[in-house]
Design a protein around this ligand. Sequence first.
Ligand SMILES: *Cc1c(COP(=O)(O)O)cnc(C)c1O
Length: 376
Amino acid sequence: MKKLQMVDLKSQYQHIKEQINAGIQEVLDTTAYINGPQVHEFQKSLENYLGAKHVIPCANGTDALQIAMMGLGLKAGDEVITADFTFAATVEVVALLGITPVLVDVDEDNMNISIEAIKKAITPKTKAIVPVHLFGRAANMDAIMEIAKEHNLFVIEDNAQAIGANYTWKDGSKQKVGTIGHVGATSFFPSKNLGCYGDGGAIFTNDDALAHVIRGIVNHGMYERYHHDVVGVNSRLDSIQAVVLNAKLPHLDTYGQARRKAAKAYNDAFAANEHIVTPAFDFEGDDHVFHQYVMRITNGKRDALLTYLQENGIPCAIYYPIPLHVQKAYADARYNDADFAVTNKLCKEVIALPMHTELDDEQIAFITSTILNFVQ
Ligand SMILES: *Cc1c(COP(=O)(O)O)cnc(C)c1O
């Protein structure tokens, strides 16, 4: 059996090695290390793929979120609502900009931001909602866009984990997640669904004026060379990373299918087990691209299972072990722990299994039988 890994980037690289090696060699030969033609090509290809009017590449997903908020003019005193159950980058940039983060609970079934909790958290100071399409599954954008419209709020989609996923609107039509809100932010960190070989990120928007503002912000607030109109940042995607992304983007949908196939095999194997709650999803659809396969162990033995799997050579992880509202950096007297019942519970029950594009049947059979051996 091939060695089990949470993410197998090396096997994936083997399939596209020649193209990537040749592309990187070209960058070395032409020395256009930053903002070379590869970056422009990637920007255009991603705009096409997403059906987004503007893609602005940047240095990483955290920057993408920060720049999106700067572009929208969010400032100290404003409140931004986001999920308690997510990676810290989302709330980190809010706090860094001096904006007040307002963490809210998530839903138990899809682990995404709770619509009821958003409604309760809105105040006259609320300026934006940041839904995170957690683990690769689209948040409830019908409801979120409706609330935003009603209260005149911006929607910034944290799409770091769900690039390629489609959201199915109530009327059945589909739209790529990340392109639904006023602005979307994504990450090309190596282990993300569309990962480069270093850091990378991008901002998406369909708003021409906002795209213009953001293009200046990523480049030191310059709209004309050496004229600094606004305070900006330095956030660029380099050409070598664009080579990798250009090679991988045409495979993104196939990668998503491979992930869904692995997820379905996990779901089928665990279907009859009363202590395992698996992520429900439509195998034929593409609303979930399984950045992570996260299931719940409801008999209180999650931590014991984690140890057992590690002893048996099966990598696994807890995303996320600690709710953001109790993290030292983000705890606040405004929060009442009872308002975060679902997040508190999920943090104790979730476990992520190996998930990547190269999992084979033998590996999945070994992982699932080992788990079923322990969870009875
Ligand atoms: C990875 C991630 C980010 C940050 O992306 P980086 O490229 O690592 O800065 C932000 N939000 C979520 C939900 C993520 O998973």
